[in-house]
Design a protein around this ligand. Structure first.
Ligand code: CO
Length: 291
């Protein structure tokens, strides 16, 4: 009699313990974290909104969160009352919210400093106890050889109607001191295969504006389209590219008697380009355990 009572008491205790939070297995919850350099220009939200919309379409049941890698931009937005997380803050917050598995997608263009720092953050969080169970990372827009071909193709599609209406189509990439700056010259090769009218330059790396000017002079180009080769048409596009100061690309080119038609749209505004980021995100989502 006593034994039976003890047994049932033990069984009840065990049931209580298992169902209590301390012993219960945390329910599986998958999330997506989109990570961009960021921008303080509200005009750039069209790019981010479009990317989010396309990601939602591809993964209708997975909640999406955002993070900016640029601290300067986050601080600037904070002063305006907008709170945007860094990747580390976002991952910690997601763990707190009950997410167990997160696919992070880099919305950077090339695997430079920003992407590599993000990779380190993801790796560090994968080794932290009592945090998320697994985090995977999707590569930036240009990573593999196939990415280069796909993007060159997508850009030709986007520019198809404009290409006949000018002698050249000049892109302004960001450029970097990181070894991955070679992606810009590499991608230019793929662009040229689509059309010899495509010319690639960068603000802070190579090819330089001088390289662009040399080609324009050699080919006796008189009229160009000018567009940012960045996810958004932010500060660089509005000032360094199409601004009215003496040192903007637009003004420098106009002073050489070249007709300049600026396009203030980021790569994130074109669905056929966003598709490439989403393909990378699909790989990251597939890498997560299913339960
Ligand atoms: Co910059």
């Amino acid at each position: 009699m006593k034994k039976t009572f003890l047994k049932s008491a033990m069984a009840i205790l065990l049931t209580v313990l298992i169902s209590s939070s301390a012993f219960a297995k945390q329910p599986y919850k998958k999330g997506i974290l989109l990570v961009t350099f960021g921008s303080s220009y509200t005009e750039t939200r069209v790019s981010f909104k479009n990317i989010e919309q396309e990601v939602k379409k591809a993964f209708p049941n997975i909640p999406i969160r955002w993070a900016y890698t640029a601290k300067k931009i986050r601080k600037k937005l904070e002063r305006r009352g907008e709170k945007i997380n860094s990747p580390a803050m976002a991952l910690a917050e997601m763990a707190e919210e009950g997410f167990t598995h997160v696919a992070v997608q880099s919305l950077h263009i090339i695997p430079g400093f920003e992407y590599n720092a993000l990779k380190q953050t993801v790796s560090a969080f994968n080794h932290m106890p009592k945090m998320l169970k697994r985090i995977t990372l999707g590569t930036p827009l240009l990573f593999s050889h196939e990415d280069n071909e796909k993007l060159a193709n997508a850009i030709k599609e986007v520019c198809a109607d404009k290409l006949p209406k000018a002698d050249a189509f000049v892109f302004m990439g960001h450029g970097t001191e990181h070894a991955s700056n070679i992606y810009y010259a590499g991608f230019q090769y793929h662009l040229k295969q689509q059309s010899p009218k495509f010319i690639m330059g960068t603000v802070e790396g190579s090819p330089t504006l001088q390289d662009v000017l040399n080609e324009i002079e050699n080919k006796k180009i008189k009229s160009i389209w000018l567009a940012p080769f960045m996810s958004v048409a932010g500060d660089h596009a509005r000032n360094d590219m199409a601004g009215d100061e003496d040192d903007s690309w637009k003004i420098i080119l106009q002073k050489k008697n070249i007709e300049v038609k600026p396009i203030l749209r980021g790569l994130g505004e074109y669905d056929n380009i966003v598709t490439i980021w989403i393909e990378h995100l699909k790989i990251a989502v597939d890498e997560l355990p299913k339960h």
